[in-house]
Design a protein around this ligand. Structure first.
Ligand code: SF4
Length: 406
């Protein structure tokens, strides 16, 4: 199930040459999401501490953008100074936010400070005041509010994230349909499949084989009886509902050869019609071309504002050629569409870490969301294990441990 890996481009990112630097301003948040992996332990970082992290990332990571995350970064009192500091270093500051604190006034100030864009996380498991109990489809109204606010201000891009639970899997097409109808103002959508560790059937140990209490982590549940959604399942659903969509690139897992941890595609179209997607060759040319030109890889293809010029690559890219044919066929039937603007909109699926039966975690190979803890790079999704237990923990099935002891 899922795409063939050889039909996709393996993103060329690595530990030291990666377009994304994940910098957390705070571990305090103004709402509570079911899928969140950050505990409130230390509060806001100081501006000096964050500037040191910026310098560290610039020295060791070669980022094209900073993902300013949390907690909720917009409640940090120094967010504008930090954005400005990053922008003056020639790197794009991007805010990862639930947007609850985002107002038109703050947006103006952030733009003035140099923010490049936003990744806004909205889904139906957030305990968001005023939106509790709403479906993903009903939440499109809230997504629209922020998409319009950012488009009206202009000059910044916006991507919408949501965590996918077994119960919301079938609602993904509602979000994509909304995104396609707003392709002129929504630059991408990201679907992150929910994962949790459970307490009922597992034991956890630190690096010294001491038992640890993983109920202290925000991403553990007493039990979880449903089947986790996988990225190939999301891919299949997207292909079924939106035949014009296709994936073009991936990151695999650190343990399992057949994992699709990041599955990335980009569709292209106008406000009235989506013509198709780019293929692996265009993705490869974009990454290597950007690296040749700027010395850095690219995090968001849609941010490059290439529009219909991308069709120039059609001779080298089978998937893009099909999109171009679809565009020509549509033009013949609707000649006025010649004047429509063409937009690119990315769709990414991220499959969060999977705990394997032997206790290892299958992580994202060349993890793009690495952050800094104690002077070292760590995967941001597991940093709380370091903060609470001094390092990553191993989670094993209780029955298997008992059997091994007997
Ligand atoms: S391994 Fe990295 S990219 Fe993957 S979910 Fe964790 S932090 Fe995100």
């Amino acid at each position: 199930m899922g795409p063939e890996k050889r039909e996709l481009y393996r993103l060329p990112w690595s530990m030291n040459d990666n377009p994304i630097a994940w910098l957390e301003l705070t571990d305090i948040c103004n709402i509570h999401c079911d899928g969140c992996y950050r505990q409130n332990v230390t509060g806001h970082k100081t501006l000096d501490q964050m500037k040191d992290e910026v310098d560290f990332f610039c020295q060791w990571r070669n980022p094209d953008n900073f993902s300013l995350a949390g907690g909720e970064p917009l409640i940090h009192p120094d967010v504008l100074e930090l954005v400005s500091y990053i922008a003056t270093r020639g790197v794009k500051p991007v805010i990862l936010t639930n947007a609850k604190a985002l107002t038109p006034e703050l947006l103006k100030d952030l733009k003035k400070a140099g923010v490049a864009g936003f990744t806004i996380h909205i889904d139906s498991h957030q305990e968001r005041p005023g939106w509790i109990g709403k479906s993903e489809s009903e939440l499109n109204e809230l997504r629209q509010k922020y998409a319009d606010m950012i488009a009206d201000e202009g000059g910044m891009y916006v991507i919408f994230n949501s965590t996918v639970y077994p119960s919301t899997f079938s609602e993904i097409p509602d979000v994509v349909r909304w995104g396609q109808a707003n392709i002129d103002r929504v630059h991408g959508m990201v679907f992150i499949t929910y994962r949790t560790a459970t307490l009922d059937d597992s034991v956890a140990m630190d690096a010294l084989d001491r038992d640890v209490d993983i109920s202290k982590l925000s991403y553990t549940r007493d039990s979880f009886d449903e089947e986790f959604v996988t990225s190939p399942q999301v891919y299949e659903l997207l292909r079924r509902e939106f035949p014009e969509y296709d994936a073009a690139a991936y990151l695999g897992g650190t343990v399992k050869h057949d994992s699709f941890k990041w599955l990335v595609g980009a569709q292209m179209g106008s406000r009235h019609k989506v013509y198709g997607s780019i293929g692996k060759r265009t993705m490869e040319l974009s990454q290597t071309g950007h690296h040749l030109w700027t010395g850095r890889y690219l995090a968001y293809l849609s941010a490059s504002k290439v529009g219909s010029k991308i069709f120039l690559l059609a001779p080298w890219d089978r998937t893009l050629r099909q999109a171009w044919k679809n565009r020509l066929a549509y033009l013949l039937r609707h000649p006025l569409s010649l004047f429509e603007r063409i937009y690119i909109q990315s769709i990414a699926v991220i499959q969060a870490p999977d705990i394997l039966p032997d206790g290892r975690a299958d992580m994202c190979d060349s993890c793009p969301d690495i952050t800094i803890y104690d002077g070292k790079f760590v995967n941001s999704c597991r940093m709380d294990e370091c903060r609470l237990f001094g390092g990553f923990v191993t989670v094993l099935d209780k029955d298997e441990v008992t059997a091994a002891k007997n």
